[in-house]
Ligand binder design. Structure first.
Ligand code: NAD
Ligand code: MG
Length: 361
């Protein structure tokens, strides 16, 4: 088992990363000296796969355990679901020393964290992320939220967990599409921060896609380390944290204009990454060789790097509406080389159009 400390002063916490470690979760909780009651928030599918093992482990460590299950899918990350969860928190008699454990992907983690941040003005929060995306991305950084019909994550908070337990064994049951889409965020961390980590994916494609424990533990750990390092410099996303949005500017536009139906998030980000790479190259910032490396790795991991049917004007309109737009200026995260990142605003629209044309499959 590997361990990583996320350094945020009195809100610091550990991320434990290992293979087949769910049975130890009760012991980990005990070490934190939390209150005696635990509410596990999960969904039907994840509960059927891993619920009993986690429940038993926490019971064996002497806690009283209740379980609340939400529906499966982004649409359940809502205030309606939150209301039901508050009811269950009351029913379970949670008090201020109690703990909410999120067992699931990013949807479960985000809403469970939102409940934990607001119930009784905040109870203990522990994450057991079960998707690649949630292990390397959503469980680090303290953003918790529910969606509003008018926008994703509109209602939320910054709220840090007391502990994150990432067991890479559970990734075996993920659908292949989810696995690959989640890996985009991992590889992205290499692109923006650490060329050597990027190379690790070029050199270890098979081991990663086959979820070899050693390779996955390293990938998850290094990825969390990079995100944690960035977040520690900018917990509330005022500056440097924006570099984590590499590939997300155009990625989000593609998701939005396809009404979040066509792409899994990471797939849209993969196309967005190639767009950002081509933009940087056209602006004379990034060598063609570094564009090609990014394109090749995305293709090697079975990710899309082009799109069809979508209209450039729709994409540009959506870009202008993005919540990352500040004072009407679209900001792009661009690379100068793999591992070195800058933020640029006000790119000429004709260059964005040129790149979109090139990405049209
Ligand atoms: P998800 O939670 O919807 O999980 C994807 C699917 O995998 C679901 O059907 C889920 O039931 C299933 N699943 C989960 N674990 C499984 C397992 N081990 N085996 C088999 N199936 C499993 O999606 P996600 O990609 O994990 O998370 C997406 C969410 O994360 C979005 O709501 C997004 O806004 C949020 N997010 C939050 C942050 C943050 O900083 N808080 C960052 C990125 C994304
Ligand atoms: Mg993302």
């Amino acid at each position: 088992m590997e361990q990583l400390r996320v350094d945020l002063g009195e809100r610091s916490y550990d991320i434990k990363i290992g293979y087949d470690i769910l049975a130890n979760v009760g012991e980990y909780l005990k070490e934190l000296k939390l209150g005696s009651k635990v509410l596990i928030i999960t969904n039907e599918l994840v509960d059927s796969l891993y619920g009993r093992e986690v429940e038993q482990a926490i019971k064996d460590a002497g806690f009283g355990v209740s379980i609340a299950k939400i529906g499966d899918g982004e649409k359940y990350k809502s205030l309606d679901t939150a209301r039901e969860l508050y009811d269950q928190a009351v029913e379970a008699n949670l008090d201020r020393s109690s703990t909410i454990v999120a067992l699931g992907g990013g949807v479960v983690g985000d809403i469970a964290g939102f409940i934990a941040s607001t119930y009784m003005r905040g109870v203990n929060f522990v994450q057991i992320p079960t998707t690649v995306l949630s292990q390397v991305d959503s469980s680090v950084g303290g953003k918790v939220a529910v969606n509003h019909p008018q926008g994703k994550n509109l209602i939320g908070a910054f709220y840090q967990p007391k502990l994150v337990v990432a067991d890479v064994k559970v990734l075996k049951t993920l659908e292949e599409r989810q696995l690959k889409a989640g890996l985009v965020e991992v590889i992205k961390h290499g692109m923006i921060w650490d060329e050597e980590f990027f190379r690790f994916f070029e050199d270890n494609r098979e081991d990663i896609l086959n979820l070899k424990p050693e390779a996955m533990i390293y990938a998850v750990k290094r990825s969390c380390e990079i995100k944690a390092e960035v977040v520690a410099q900018d917990e509330r996303e005022m500056g440097v944290r924006a570099i984590l949005n590499y590939g997300h500017t155009i990625g989000h536009a593609l998701e939005a204009i396809t009404h979040y139906q066509r792409y899994v998030h990471g797939e849209a980000v993969a196309i967005g990454i190639l767009a950002a790479a081509k933009l940087a190259n056209k602006l004379g910032m990034l060598d063609l060789a570094d564009v090609t490396r990014q394109e090749n790795i995305l293709k090697d991991f079975g990710l899309p790097v082009s799109f069809t049917e979508l209209d450039n004007d729709d994409i540009l309109k959506s870009l202008a509406k993005d919540k990352k737009v500040q004072d009407g200026v679209i900001r792009f995260v661009l690379l100068e080389e793999i591992g070195r990142v800058v933020i640029k605003s006000d790119l000429p629209h004709n260059i964005i159009r040129e790149v979109l044309e090139e990405l049209r499959g």
